[in-house]
Design a protein around this ligand. Structure first.
Ligand SMILES: *Cc1c(COP(=O)(O)O)cnc(C)c1O
Length: 424
């Protein structure tokens, strides 16, 4: 069945034809594509078109599509059974790898998505502190949990308003929203509400307003102010974990949070999330402690072996310098092409993730990110797609490099991108 027919049928039975909104291409226009195959850094759609992929399934595929060691382990595990509902050996192995690789994590609980990870970490933070309020940053995305799917009200530091119908105001009001990279705003909420703040949750390098790095010292400042007030610091490393270094952003910036949320790369392409931290904190989780959280398919053996093989590869090969170099090369080349064409833009890059913002302002927070020309981004996306380049179908997302982007692929990608930009 071809792409168009599949999309038509999807629209009949799935809201918007999709299972996650951004796949509908509403932010960029044009017909969404249905993908049927991926190998290395390339994917193919239902019409047989091939694309060089910088979406990487939104980050998980740091080793590329269908990485042989991961596929082999998954196949072997499938033969042994799909799920047992009791503990399997691979959960222990993956937990050991996480503890070995992520500096602040001594114990970890596996869940099935990034959303579940942040939701459970917030529950734990509230449970151990006995406090209600959560501080989050405008433009950071932590999944679709009620307390975190909220928008900033008016003003610099405000009680949140529901980000969607279906979230009661009473729940949204338990979250305080402040601008990313803004110490004064954080100080202000702690001065006013410090005793009631259970935790601060942050993407240590923001990826969901496009890539926005933390300003010098910002993460250390968050570490200090939370400690001072007896609040917990939660790093949402669902994107940055195993992406920016083998220990994630916390290793790169040398700041240890109390709790860490993981996902995406952790499952090597299968649905896995996790939250973890120091032993004494994680021991508060049931059945060791009183804070309840559970999952029928959590620690699923097939998903666990995909994670194990992925993390082992990253631990043993540490491809981070090379990944960073590749991303530097691609982003600088794209910047040069846009400059030649006279298109104002800013590129923010940390390691192997970057965003091309169509703005002439420095992007340091959500407010500045929003100065981007979204119409131009839509046009850029559609031209790239037409030339065989897949990037995230929204301005406020990151391009990802994988170890499967070889020299020749990057060469070819840059040629395709150049011909797209020429036609903008
Ligand atoms: C993707 C993402 C999530 C949500 O993960 P899901 O698996 O989509 O639920 C949470 N936090 C961050 C930083 C993410 O990028």
């Amino acid at each position: 069945m071809n792409n168009q027919k599949l999309i038509q049928e999807a629209l009949e039975v799935l809201p918007g034809g999709v299972n996650s909104p951004v796949r509908a291409f509403k932010a960029v226009g044009g017909e969404p594509v249905v993908l049927v195959k991926g190998r290395g850094c390339r994917v193919w759609d239902a019409d047989g078109n091939e694309y060089i992929d910088f979406l990487a399934s939104w980050g998980p595929l740091i080793l590329g599509h269908a990485y042989p060691k991961v596929v082999k382990a998954v196949k072997e595990e499938v033969e042994r059974g799909l799920s047992f509902g009791l503990t399997n050996p691979h959960e222990v192995k993956l937990a050991q790898l996480v503890v070995e690789m992520v500096p602040s994590v001594e114990k970890v609980r596996f869940v099935n998505s990034g959303t579940e990870a942040t939701m459970s970490a917030i529950r734990l933070a509230r449970g151990v502190t006995g406090r209600k309020l959560v501080v989050k940053f405008e433009g950071c995305y932590h999944g679709h949990y009620d307390s975190l799917l909220v928008s900033a009200g008016s003003g610099v530091a405000t009680f949140a308003i529901p980000g969607t119908p279906g979230i009661p105001e009473e729940i949204a009001k338990l979250t305080l929203v402040v601008p990313f990279n803004n110490r004064e705003a954080v100080k202000k909420v702690f001065e006013e509400y410090g005793e009631d703040i259970a935790c601060v949750i942050v993407e240590p390098v923001a990826g969901n307003m496009g890539v926005v790095p933390p300003k010098e010292g910002f993460l250390k400042f968050l570490r200090e102010i939370t400690e001072e007030h007896g609040s917990l610091l939660i790093f949402d490393e669902v994107i940055t974990g195993f992406r920016l270094s083998k220990g994630g952003a916390q290793e790169l910036f040398d700041v240890n949070p109390d709790l860490t949320c993981l996902g995406k790369i952790l499952g090597g392409g299968l649905p896995v999330g996790a939250y973890g931290g120091r032993k004494e904190l994680m021991s508060q989780v049931a059945p060791e402690g009183p804070v309840y959280q559970a999952g029928t398919l959590s620690g699923n053996p097939v998903a666990m072996v995909a994670g194990v093989e992925t993390l082992k590869e990253l631990r043993d090969k540490e491809p981070y310098e090379e990944l960073g170099e590749k991303a530097k090369r691609v982003s600088e080349a794209v910047s040069g092409m846009l400059k030649e064409k006279g298109i104002p833009h800013r590129i923010n890059r940390v390691g192997s993730m970057f965003t091309v913002f169509f703005t002439d302002k420095e992007v340091v927070d959500f407010e500045s990110a929003k100065s981007s020309d979204l119409e131009l981004f839509g046009k850029f996306f559609r031209k790239l797609l037409e030339k065989g380049i897949l990037i995230p179908p929204a301005q406020f997302e990151a391009w990802f490099l994988s170890t499967a982007h070889e020299e020749e692929d990057i060469e070819e990608a840059l040629n395709r991108i150049e011909s797209a930009i020429r036609e903008l």
